[in-house]
Design a protein around this ligand. Structure first.
Ligand code: XMP
Length: 513
């Protein structure tokens, strides 16, 4: 059965992924496309049951603001505009948008003006909504009616008088909008008439069957990293084809302490066929003298793939390469976002030229991270693996700022190990999203054991985030910070100073390079 789905046009709002997640949570599949990456004919061929225009940081009157053709509204598909999406609809239908005096940001009391409206089914006439905007609709287009307001925003929700076009100025996808999920459900079920047929259980079973059929008697090769995505990928493929799956783990030498041993143990426990390649020296020699972050990423990525290619030649009958790509990787590798890419994540965007002769298997490509976790839990994979903090492919290569050498790697290994122990001792590992140490190419003077020391300064970075696109630094206790700082500066030879990074993303990124 073809699943009903909602297509979201992303105008680069920080919340677009949340719209997709909330709707999947109620059992309806969603696809997210950057507004520049999909045409009307492509949308029509995909047959979505509804279209959502996301928010975005733009103003419709700005030069080069993202606009779409009015033909989008002739497709006979229900459309729901959110924030910028609402301003865009108003603008295209001849309404007037104005800059509000102040940026309205935060909770507002929303009052429904049209009580029996299908968008507000089961929602009380007053509730809290989350606003985040500069512009608002000043004059509603002629074919539209106001269906809700707040004290400072007179047109906070509107709908077309005869067509299925709806819009709200606030963000229903954000948890702070009390009845946001109900509004999205009303749009999806009452207006778009979707069936709730997106179920992860069915997905897993179908994926296992598909892989079995597709691979037949051939072999599949997987670059195993030990992270949740590659683990769940391996698990699903292994369930489908057993030891026709070969895993390769490349020890770049830029990994956490004892990582190689942990991976080996884990794979043995799961009966995965794993080959561990000790490539520390190859990576280190390629990285000598390289300081620029993008160059480091490039060198590490290329070396990884050339090792992978060499290994692929050693196994007979390999026809497929598996990757733990998840949906946010797919979104990030969209043509448009690639052009504006901030960092080159080497595990995004398909295979390099030399490996193109293989076919790709990406069982998790349609799933968001928390869906991968949910599947992992259903499959009985341990929480320790499923809730492991992400560790970037280039590893310490991007956590040692400036040139990399063996000494710096061993310093960082020890420091990270202490951090990991203390996160567990203080029972905060699971309440933060990612925590790590960055080693700076800066030395400072200190006193160790009554003697002058001149050692590296390091940064503690601990972040909380839902989707890793935006993130805030974790508000940790001074007690914890003091403990980590004391232990690292006392126990690690080579670090005598720790600072805590208190910047959010944006404007910073999570990793320093
Ligand atoms: P940034 O630094 O871009 O990081 O805010 C967002 C998330 O991505 C991880 N990251 C990577 N993961 N390969 C990966 O597998 C990479 O090249 C890479 N660069 C950053 C980062 O650790 C954070 O979780």
């Amino acid at each position: 059965m073809k699943k009903d789905f909602i297509l979201i046009l992303d105008f680069e709002s920080q919340y677009s992924h949340m719209i997709a997640r909330r709707i999947r949570d109620v059992g309806v599949y969603t696809l997210l496309y950057h507004y520049n990456d999909i045409s009307i004919s492509h949308i029509i061929s995909k047959k979505p049951k509804g279209l959502i225009l996301s928010g975005g940081p733009y103003s419709v009157y700005e030069k080069n603001s993202p606009l779409i053709s009015k033909k989008f509204f002739q497709m006979n598909i229900p459309i729901f505009g959110i924030c910028y999406g609402m301003q865009l609809i108003s603008f295209l239908f001849g309404g007037e948008i104005k800059k509000s005096k102040y940026k309205e940001y935060g909770k507002s009391n929303f009052i429904i003006d049209h009580l029996n409206h299908s968008l507000f089914h089961g929602i009380p006439d007053q509730s809290i909504v989350w606003m985040s905007h500069f512009d608002e609709v000043k004059n509603i287009p002629t074919e539209f009616q106001v269906i809700g307001h707040t004290s400072s925003c007179h047109i906070a929700a509107m709908s077309h008088i005869s067509k299925d076009i709806y819009a709200v100025q606030f963000h229903p996808e954000v948890k702070n909008t009390e009845y946001g999920v109900s509004m999205l459900k009303n749009f999806v079920f009452h207006i778009c008439k979707c069936n709730s047929n997106w179920k992860l259980n069915h997905f897993v079973q179908k994926t296992i069957n598909d892989i079995k059929q597709r691979v037949n008697k051939k072999k599949v090769l997987l670059g195993f990293s030990g992270g949740i995505d590659s683990f769940v990928t391996a698990y699903i493929i292994h369930k489908a084809i057993g030891n026709s799956l070969s895993c390769i783990f490349v020890d770049t030498g830029l990994l956490l302490k004892n990582e190689k041993e942990k991976i080996f143990f884990l794979c043995q426990k799961m009966n995965f066929d794993i080959k561990i390649i000790d490539a520390k020296n190859r990576f280190l020699s390629k990285l000598i003298g390289i300081v620029d972050p993008e160059k480091k990423r490039k060198v590490i990525g290329e070396e990884f793939f050339s090792i992978f290619q060499e290994e692929s030649k050693k196994i007979e009958n390999v026809e497929f390469i598996a990757q733990g790509t998840i949906y946010s990787d797919v979104i990030e590798s969209s043509v448009y976002l690639k052009k504006n890419s901030i960092k080159s994540h080497h595990n995004v965007g398909g295979l390099p030229k030399e490996l193109k002769k293989f076919k790709l298997i990406e069982p998790l490509k349609e799933l968001f991270k928390d869906e991968v976790r949910e599947i992992g839990e259903k499959l009985g994979i341990s929480k320790e693996i499923l809730y492991r903090h992400p560790f970037p492919g280039p590893g310490f290569g991007i956590r040692i700022i400036g040139e990399i050498n063996e000494k710096k790697i061993s310093i960082l290994k020890e420091a990270e190990n202490i951090l990991s122990q203390e996160l567990k001792n203080y029972d905060i590992y699971n309440s933060v999203s990612q925590a790590f140490i960055v080693l700076l190419p800066v030395k400072s003077v200190g006193i160790k054991g009554d003697k002058r020391s001149y050692e590296y300064a390091a940064i503690l970075r601990v972040m909380n985030t839902e989707d890793f696109m935006t993130a805030t630094f974790s508000h940790l206790s001074y007690d914890f910070l003091e403990k980590v700082s004391n232990r690292i500066t006392n126990e690690v030879d080579g670090i005598n100073r720790i600072a805590y990074d208190i910047t959010s993303k944006p404007p910073s990124t999570i990793e320093w390079e």
